[in-house]
Each structure stands twice: as structure tokens, then as C-alpha cells.
Ligand binder design. Sequence first.
Ligand SMILES: Nc1ncnc2c1ncn2[C@@H]1O[C@H](COP(=O)(O)OP(=O)(O)OP(=O)(O)O)[C@@H](O)[C@H]1O
Ligand SMILES: [Mg+2]
Length: 451
Amino acid sequence: MLDNEFIPHNPLLQQAHFLINISEELFYGGAAGGGKSDALLMAALQYVEEKFIPEDQDKMTYDALILRRTLDDLEMPNAILDRAKQWLLPFEDSGDVYYKDLKKKFTFSSGATLTFRYLAHNNDLDKYQGAELQYVGFDEVTQFPENQYLYLHSRLRQTEDNVFPIRMRCASNPGGRGHEWVKKRFVKNDSPYPFIPSNLWDNIHLDHDKYTARLSKMDALTKQRLLNGDWDLAMTSGLLIDRNRLEQNLRPITENCLPVFSTIGIDPAGEGQDRFAMSNLTFFTNQKLMLTDLASTVKGQHANGVLRNFILRNQRFNPVVINFEKEPGSDSDRALDYWKQILGDIIPENNIINTAASTTGNKYMRAQPHALAVHENRLFFNQDLMNQTAGDYIPLNSLFNQYVYVNPSRDEMKKYSSPDELDSLGYAFIAMEDLLKGQTTMTVGTRIGGA
Ligand SMILES: Nc1ncnc2c1ncn2[C@@H]1O[C@H](COP(=O)(O)OP(=O)(O)OP(=O)(O)O)[C@@H](O)[C@H]1O
Ligand SMILES: [Mg+2]
């Protein structure tokens, strides 16, 4: 590696760990600026020199591919393609490298190639149908859905006369739409594939003051993720409420106060989305509120069964209202009719309502009233929910994260997954406040399900 003339940088310690690891799959993840993209590029160039041409051949088969999610990502100054150009274009004059810009492909005199592409849509995968690659690198892999990663993995080929290890390499900061699958595959203790943590302070070539100053302009959560590369609960302090404050209100459901009634809030999954979140918010005889149950569907799970089961298992709290989010347009009315039909036997039809997501307020403003209720010790969370999972995540944990990252800026919100659990609690809360203020005609205390 140190003698490879195409690689102008000497690896840092963590980069060296990344480069000498021979596992088929490997992830370099964590803090921003740790040298991840550099390492991906170094790894791609690890075997492109002529010295690797087998004795009985005049050229070698080593094809490497590096992916970014969009064309813009790929073409950004000092992003990975730009860096490859800085490193490799000086070798064009000597004929050691030939670069074709249209294909974003570098061909080396050894016969090896390195191509850069973006993969914005699943349709883009078709281009790789017949491809046979020895190295695939995903930069900012949490921007990709898992299926794209797995598909490209299936394009790795080790032919008989090929001496090179086949390698799937990826790098990323925490966060982004693929945060959960990447964490599960590489970062957790029981993850099947290895992971090299990236640390900002490893990178002695970085102007740390400048870098941290730039990060300091970001919101608390993103800042912590980028600075510390934290894959777990990097979300500690938010604009609305801190993680600590939420945890203080975790309580068991005690026998000494009784449930009076509850409201159920639903954030239905939109087109193409997989999460359908539901909250059961209970009013107790001590005049306090508790989120007694929280659930969400996982990919491929039909909401009907899950919601029915949710309502039935919460009968002991006496749910009297179920409040669905109302989206603009008439589809929402049709959806409500549908749910009335589906659930009419377990909750009175009139008590199935829908509240429009206010068009003026944003998600941040809508979460304010119940965050305030937490601050005022009127709203608590059933601590048993911390053990309740949906697929590989814990909905209550997602809810707490959402409380912390919810932000009035739309651009900020785009960085995170949609706060479905928070919204569902919001709808339960609105229905509850209406009931408590007596602003509703609904019959409180109606026993449902024939109980
Ligand atoms: N071994 C090295 N020798 C010299 N410079 C390096 C080395 N590794 C990284 N750098 C430089 O440090 C800077 C940050 O590295 P890089 O962009 O690879 O980090 P990153 O972890 O991918 O960051 P981000 O999270 O922002 O994508 C770049 O300018 C890069 O060229
Ligand atoms: Mg990078």
C-alpha cells in the first residue's frame, strides 16, 4: 500500500485496519471527517498496479466500482470522484491511467478499472445485471436502501484465475434513511459483519477547529452523530425536550390508580411507506395521563390485524376514541369509512374520528402541547414499552428520538425518518384534550367490545 504510486496518502491507523481486513464485507463508520471516503478510495486502488498481473497473463481482471446515491453527490467538489481525479489524472500523461469522463471510468495500464456511478433508483440496478466486480464501495451507505446494497453484493465475482479477494466495502456517518439496516448489519454487538469505527480525532490531516466550528452550526442530534459517530442514542438534547427529561417520566402502570378511559391516535402509513403507528393514551383516576401502549407496523405487515389487536389488547384502559390523521383530500374520508367498517364491531362508529394535521402548524408545533405536558408532569410513559419491539426497533425509543429531533425547519426534518410515533401520540393527545375539556359529543365511558 505504501508503495502504491496511485495512492498519495499514507493510511491513518483506522484506515490501515480497514485496508488490511480481508472480510468480504466491511464497514467503516462513525464520525465525519475521520477519513472514510479516503479509505474507500485507497481500498479500491489497492490492486490496480501492474505488479498484480498474474505471470501467465498480460492483463488482469480487477474491476472496482464506487457508488454514491445521486449524481450531485458524486460530482460534489472534494467528494470521492473529485478526489480520485486529483489522485489519478496526473498519470494520464504517462499512459498509466486513462480516464473516460462520460463513463466516469479510470482504466489502468494493468487492465484494472475503477468506475464511479450513482444509484438514485432501483431501475438503475438493471445496468449491473451482467456485471462482474471484484470491489464494490458504497460511500455514505446509509443513504441507500438495503436492497441496493444486497443486489450489488450479488455482482461480486471471484473467477478461478483471479487472485484478488472479493470485497464489499462501505462507509458512512450515522443518520440517514439507511441508519437502521446499516446499524443492524455492521454496528450492533451481534451484527454479522465487521465494522471499523471512525473517529474525527484519528485524522491528523484535518483542521479540527474549522471542522468542529462547521458542525457547531448544526442541530444537536446531527452534531453529536457527526462529531462522535454515535450509532445509538446520539439524540440527547433537543429543541423541545431532552432525552433525560423524557426518561424521568418513565413509570410502571401501578395498581393504586385506575384507568378511566383512553384515546387511540393513529398515524396511518402513507403511500409507499411501511410504518403505521398507534398510541394508546390513558387518563387515570389520579388525573394523570400515560402513554400505556405504543406500536407500529413493520415492513410487509398489514395494518388491519395489528390495529385490531392493538385495540383489543388495550380494552382494560377503556379506549373510547380512535383518532386517525386526516390528510387533505377526499381519500382520507374514504379511508375513515373503511376503518369504520373494519373496526365498527370493537369501537362505536361515532367514536372513530379524524383530525386534520393543521396546515399552518408544523410537526414541531404540533408536538409542543404534549411535550409541555411531560415538562409539567401530566404525561408519563409506560416503562414496559422499553421492552416492546417492532421488528428490530423499539417504538418508544423511536418516539423519544423523535421528540428530541423534531424541528420547525422542514430541511432539518428531511434528515430524519418521519416521526410517525410522535404523530400518533399527538392524535391521541388531541382527542384526549377534547374529551377532558368536554368539547366533544362522544360518550365517555362507553364500554366497547361487549366487555
Ligand atoms: N491518510 C490520509 N492522509 C492525508 N489526508 C487524509 C487522509 N485521510 C483523510 N485525509 C483527508 O482528510 C479529509 C477528510 O477525509 P475524508 O473526506 O475521507 O473523511 P470522511 O470520514 O469521509 O468525512 P465525511 O464524513 O465528511 O464524509 C480529506 O481532505 C482527506 O483527503
Ligand atoms: Mg466521506
